[in-house]
Design a binder for this molecule. Sequence first.
Ligand SMILES: NC(=O)C1=CN([C@@H]2O[C@H](COP(=O)(O)OP(=O)(O)OC[C@H]3O[C@@H](n4cnc5c(N)ncnc54)[C@H](O)[C@@H]3O)[C@@H](O)[C@H]2O)C=CC1
Ligand SMILES: CCCCCC(=O)/C=C/C=C\C/C=C\C/C=C\CCCC(=O)O
Length: 258
Amino acid sequence: MALTGKSAVVTGAAGGIGKGLSEVLLRNGAKVALLDVNESAGQSLMESLNQKHGTGSALFLKCDVESEEQLRAAFQKAVETFGGIDILCNNAGVMNETAWEKTVSINLMSVIRASYIALEHMSKLNGGRGGVIVQTASMAGLGPFPSCPVYTATKSGVVGFTRAMAVASEVSGYGIRFNALCPTFVQTEMITNISGKLGQFTHLTGMAVKLTEKLGILSVSEVAESLLELVTDETKNGEALMILTQGKAYMQFPSLSK
Ligand SMILES: NC(=O)C1=CN([C@@H]2O[C@H](COP(=O)(O)OP(=O)(O)OC[C@H]3O[C@@H](n4cnc5c(N)ncnc54)[C@H](O)[C@@H]3O)[C@@H](O)[C@H]2O)C=CC1
Ligand SMILES: CCCCCC(=O)/C=C/C=C\C/C=C\C/C=C\CCCC(=O)O
């Protein structure tokens, strides 16, 4: 899928990895709706992206992904502005083992919610153009991150949902591919000031720090560039792309469908 003339929705777009994903999509010719709860960061990012990539190429929409109503309104506005949606990046996420129910709500429930709303606009069965949905999962969704068990559960859930939806979409004829990015640690706000966010696992802070030292920390752009192959390569469906500092690999899973 070439990106010129395509339109994308990115959640959690105002900072960190979401900002990087949005920039890479714009650089390659797509228009992007930037969804985020952070209004000031979202507005100023939209202004700078429109200066760089052309007026009207980026649209900021204030949206809390936990709200079905706000998500529906944002998707509707994106469709009205850009004429349709070809790409959804479900990227908004948090790591907070203290507020663990919120972590489940944002990282897993909201990914499912946004994917289902996107189907209403993107599925060929609903008159949409088809396209691709890419979730920002995590390495934590492939192997456990013991300092963050609930975060691990949400990202494992996202990987499972993505793989199941990929097959469901194929057999149902939605015309939508589902893939997941699974990076190791990335240099963003999320990995800073973690004290207070590990809840009953605060005593495992040192273990998390050791893991960052062992695995290293990726830059946002290293993750963002990996989005391109999942979006443009039409053969990629149901993939979990692991991104480490040493390189990338598509994960192998046991198959239940053959
Ligand atoms: N930083 C890391 O080490 C890694 C992060 N990830 C995942 O990448 C994704 C992005 O994380 P980062 O960029 O690192 O985090 P970040 O904290 O830098 O950025 C997250 C963005 O999401 C927005 N957001 C948070 N809650 C929201 C909500 N309810 N509705 C809408 N927007 C909301 C924030 O305002 C912020 O702009 C998350 O899903 C995270 O789990 C995956 C692997 C590693
Ligand atoms: C192996 C799993 C990697 C998962 C990364 C992820 O998805 C999210 C991580 C969220 C928080 C990180 C928690 C602890 C990090 C500990 C120390 C950070 C040190 C930061 C630094 O700049 O050195």
